[in-house]
Design a protein around this ligand. Structure first.
Ligand code: 5GP
Length: 135
């Protein structure tokens, strides 16, 4: 059975999309620890990130880097924090989180944003991603 993240990448379950290519998909975490908290996934399902084949891993992390660059421009901050946990959803995903202080990476503290704000944040990141990755 397809994972919830495969269904999101396929458009079967709605998400706040920020970037995509034929092998990867990036979208806002529905339960963010900070505004602009993004999840980046490979479309191909692998539970544990470090089981991903080397070439696919390189492509995946390079895609995540490009998303992080767009995220930093759209949501000005000191750094984009990176985390991998995978305890909840068995489909590899990299968390990208705009940070100004260590406390912005606290996974025990979530923020609730109205749908309009989530939409606006996703649109701003998507715009930057498109600008930075124009052919
Ligand atoms: P982890 O597996 O890394 O421990 O956490 C999974 C993350 O996925 C959590 O931050 C959670 O909020 C997020 N998440 C779980 N289900 C969904 C969903 O259906 N949509 C979105 N956008 N995020 C989700």
């Amino acid at each position: 059975m397809a994972s919830i993240f495969s269904k999101i990448a396929a458009g079967e379950i709605p998400s706040y999309k920020v970037a995509a290519d034929d092998k990867h998909y990036a979208f806002l975490d529905i339960n963010p620890v900070a505004p602009g908290h993004v999840l980046v996934i490979p479309r191909k399902e692998t539970d544990y990130i470090f089981d991903i084949d080397d070439k696919e891993y390189q492509e995946y992390t390079l895609f995540a880097k490009r998303v992080a660059q767009a995220l930093k421009e759209a949501m000005p901050c000191k750094r984009i924090g990176v985390a991998v946990m995978g305890l909840e959803v068995p489909h590899a995903h990299i968390h990208l989180i705009p940070m100004n202080s260590e406390s912005d990476m606290n996974f025990k503290s979530k923020v609730t944003l109205p749908a309009e704000e989530m939409e606006a944040i996703a649109a701003a990141i998507a715009k930057k991603f498109d600008e930075l990755n124009k052919a």
